[in-house]
Design a protein around this ligand. Structure first.
Ligand code: 5GP
Ligand code: SF4
Ligand code: MG
Length: 457
């Protein structure tokens, strides 16, 4: 998911639309905005792409200088309007809107407790749980009640919380999900990815720190800490796959890190071949890095139809396979008779790699060597990225040789854990660190009884 917030701009709702549009890749299931004019919160949201949701939006009815927005990505049930964020809860005293990126690992348990105490929850989203926890922590929505609520949730979260006259911004104590602050003139801007700042002409100010709770009001911006800051564990998949190449995630440019991944991969497992081809779009940077390091030419051997959405989002295996076919085409004149190194950013189920190897062979490739610019994914993610369950992860259930055989490659190699770290991290300090749990099994945050995919948001 992606979150966006803006404080102190007369075109708050429109700028939120542009910001969300630049983060469309973070979620295609639904989008929404909640705007405040200081007295009242108003929402506009819907299922589908940002453009579809806002096509008929009446921005004059969404007047106000403050707004929070959300793009939703989730494959677990719940493709229903009431789960589209920001969630808005009205009350006679104060209303509250929440936008969340991440996953609350103990949401199920907390829901049970809340229901036992008589709460009735409207959605199946874990975000609603936090709203109830805040209300239960005291009568008012304040830094204190929010901090108290945050200390009860376990997991990965980047939260934007809005009431009529205040905006709160919070990041989990290990900082697994990205969240940055920018400025647009006098206005404050908050976004999951810095590409949203560039989109609206805002400048990056700083990262939200792990365990930090920021309050923005007409008095300006203040910061407290609701939890002890721990070693930062930024999701490595943000670099590998999820974020846009022009975004800086925790001060590291995504394109640059991917290029480094390709370089490290070439150092670790180069192979004799004629050309290097990347799978568009997310693997192009890594393929360029691989080509540069190996001295082999980078070629545009695969073309992407830009009007097909991300294949991964589609529900069934059959549809996914169809999607891959629709989306990518080989350039025969480049591929024919060549020994090809095919770079992809990651393998989850193996669907993409298998189809592309086949496609390249059908286009006349003499050999196809698959090189993956990240370590193999063997474990589920509990922190808000839907990797599917362990059963579906090809690397959790097969050896390297078996995977090579299944996808029909002449050889296959993944980037090592050390290679990935080297590619992303300039230096290891408390502020710099990555989560690699889905690849290495080293989970930075644990919760007894958490479901493989609980409630993603
Ligand atoms: P597979 O086809 O092996 O199931 O998935 C891997 C491919 O899906 C890669 O090409 C990657 O770019 C793309 N992909 C789409 N969404 C995701 C995601 O959420 N995580 C990962 N690791 N890859 C994804
Ligand atoms: Fe990211 Fe993987 Fe960690 Fe999940 S487990 S937060 S996808 S690195
Ligand atoms: Mg891909």
């Amino acid at each position: 998911c992606g979150v966006f917030g803006i404080w102190g701009h007369e075109k708050a709702a429109e700028l939120t639309y542009y910001g969300l549009h630049s983060m469309q890749h973070r979620g295609q299931e639904g989008a929404g905005v909640v705007v405040s004019d200081g007295n009242q919160l108003k929402a506009h949201k819907g299922l589908g792409l940002v453009n579809d949701v806002f096509k008929n939006a009446d921005f004059s009815a969404l007047s106000g200088n403050v707004a929070v927005g959300h793009v939703r990505y989730s494959t677990q049930g719940g493709k229903v309007l009431e789960n589209v964020q920001p969630l808005l809860f009205r009350s006679q005293t104060e209303s509250i809107a929440l936008a969340h990126n991440g996953n609350i690992m103990n949401a199920y348990k907390l829901r049970g407790e809340l229901e036992e105490e008589g709460s009735i929850l409207q959605t199946s989203s874990d975000t609603e749980v936090l709203a109830h926890l805040i209300k239960r922590s005291g009568n008012k929505i304040t830094e204190e009640t929010i901090a108290k609520a945050l200390n009860q949730v376990v997991g990965a979260y980047a939260y934007l919380i809005l009431k009529e006259n205040k905006m709160f911004v919070a990041l989990d104590p290990t900082g697994i999900r990205p969240l940055s602050i920018g400025r647009l003139g006098e206005a404050y801007v908050v976004a999951s990815e810095t590409c949203a700042f560039d989109q609206i002409g805002a400048t990056f100010e700083r990262e939200v720190l792990p365990g930090e709770l920021i309050t923005i009001s007409k008095e300006g911006m203040t910061s407290t800490r609701f939890a002890m800051r721990e070693q930062r564990k930024m999701c490595a998949m943000e670099y590998v796959y999820l974020s846009r190449p022009d975004s800086d995630v925790n001060h590291v440019n995504v394109h640059a890190s991917r290029k480094n991944m390709g370089k490290e991969l070439a150092k670790e497992s180069n192979v004799s071949a004629d050309i290097v081809v990347g799978v568009p779009d997310s693997s192009i940077s890594a393929a360029i890095g691989y080509a540069e390091e190996s001295g082999l030419p980078y070629e545009m051997g695969i073309i992407k139809n830009r009007y097909v959405g991300r294949t991964f989002i589609q529900p069934s295996q059959e549809l996914r396979e169809q999607g891959v076919k629709l989306k990518l085409s080989p350039v025969r004149s480049i591929i024919e008779g060549q020994r090809v190194i095919m770079i992809d950013d990651s393998i989850v189920r193996g669907t993409t790699s298998k189809r592309i190897v086949q496609m390249l062979k059908d286009a006349g490739a003499k050999e196809v060597h698959v090189r993956i610019a990240s370590p193999s994914i063997k474990n589920p993610c509990y922190y808000g990225i839907d990797m599917s369950t362990r059963d579906e992860l090809i690397a959790a259930n097969h050896t390297l040789e078996e995977i090579s055989e299944i996808i029909g490659a002449d050889s296959i190699a993944y980037l090592s854990e050390e290679g990935l770290e080297k590619a992303i991290l300039k230096d290891k300090t408390i502020h710099q660190g990555i989560c690699t749990a889905c690849m290495t099994g080293k989970y930075p945050v644990k919760e007894e009884g958490a479901k493989e995919i609980a409630y993603t948001s």
